[in-house]
Design a protein around this ligand. Structure first.
Ligand SMILES: [Zn+2]
Length: 95
């Protein structure tokens, strides 16, 4: 079991974002993808998803300087966008 104490922040049909009681890390779960993000990463992720919004093809989401990332279909990317945007909104409300 993880030592982290998670609480749900925001959910969509295929994903959820959870906060932790002990640290600022966010756990973004979407389908098979599990992204560990800091609150400061959210704008970067949202920028990539917004830039991809007009595309009809697969969307590649790169994680910072790690060289790793995920590929989503346009529909998945749109839902992930709603998920991350919703989470950021909830964080803003809580701040
Ligand atoms: Zn933690």
């Amino acid at each position: 079991m993880s030592k982290h104490r998670r609480a749900s922040l925001f959910e969509t049909a295929h994903g959820h974002v959870r906060t932790c009681a002990c640290c600022p890390a966010l756990e973004v779960r979407f389908g098979n993808a599990l992204l560990a993000l800091g609150p400061d990463d959210l704008p970067h992720v949202l920028d990539q998803l917004e830039a991809a919004e007009s595309h009809e093809c697969d969307v590649t989401l790169l994680m910072g300087e790690t060289g790793s990332g995920w590929v989503f279909t346009a529909d998945e990317a749109a839902e992930l966008h709603r998920l991350v945007a919703g989470a950021r909104l909830m964080l803003d409300v809580a701040a």
